[in-house]
Design a protein around this ligand. Structure first.
Ligand SMILES: C[S@@+](CC[C@H](N)C(=O)[O-])C[C@H]1O[C@@H](n2cnc3c(N)ncnc32)[C@H](O)[C@@H]1O
Length: 209
């Protein structure tokens, strides 16, 4: 959606990635399948900025992958804040834990391996910020599951809602239709204020009234 020139300009005029984030990006690209799932420099700075703007005490991330966005979101946490991050992929666990251990936010990260719908059953926190970035067909399920646990004024951010331009082109495959109906569901939800930021693959920023 964004030309290479514009992408370079956006990167030029945002904060640099720290060394650990650079390492995770490189390592993910070298060793992990589907590295493009990682948020990356510019989207990472957007997540960090949104997090810093609301100084959350409790964050939930559904879909850790290699931990890049976890660390970006953690940058905004209060002194006594925590981020819960959930992923089903046990194969990445050692690598992710090793990288978290190198971070100043390590003691604030609660990383759980397992199906997110199951893991959520034992988390009773009230969240200030939720980032939904896992199996896209379940966006609506995660949204419904966590909604009551988000405080009024809290943010729910959902990634990939523009689905590589397929939403705007009204593509008819199953994945696009799923994301499109999730977007419609949010549009019709009068309990929230919302907008899509055309960042990378589209970030739905949803604020609970
Ligand atoms: C797009 S990646 C997350 C990227 C990460 N948030 C970032 O920005 O760097 C999606 C992740 O969701 C995980 N996932 C898929 N289905 C899941 C499920 N049912 N429960 C928990 N995690 C799941 C995948 O294993 C994958 O690591």
């Amino acid at each position: 959606m964004v030309s290479d020139e514009l992408q370079q300009l956006l990167i030029k005029y945002c904060e640099p990635e720290d060394q650990l984030l650079q390492h995770i990006d490189r390592q993910t690209n070298l060793k992990v399948l589907l590295p493009r799932m990682l948020s990356g420099h510019y989207q990472g700075r957007v997540l960090s900025m949104l997090s810093k703007m609301i100084s959350p005490k409790r964050i939930l991330e559904v879909g850790t992958f290699t931990g890049y966005a976890t660390l970006c979101l953690a940058e905004g946490l209060t002194e006594d804040g925590f981020i819960y991050t959930l992923d089903i992929n046990a194969e990445l666990e050692d690598m992710v834990r090793e990288n978290f251990a190198k971070s100043v936010f390590n003691s604030k990260i609660k990383y759980t391996i397992g199906d997110a719908q199951e893991s959520l059953k034992s988390i009773t926190e009230t969240f200030d910020l939720v980032f939904i970035d896992a199996d896209k067909k379940n966006n609506g399920t995660y949204y419904d599951l966590i909604f009551e646990q988000v405080r009024p004024g809290g943010l729910i951010i959902v990634d990939n809602v523009l689905w590589s331009g397929k939403i705007v082109n009204n593509a008819q495959d199953k994945d696009t239709k799923n994301i499109s109906s999730f977007n419609d569901k949010i549009n019709e939800d009068t309990r929230v204020e919302k907008l899509i930021l055309p960042v990378r693959d589209g970030l739905f920023v949803i604020r609970k009234k």
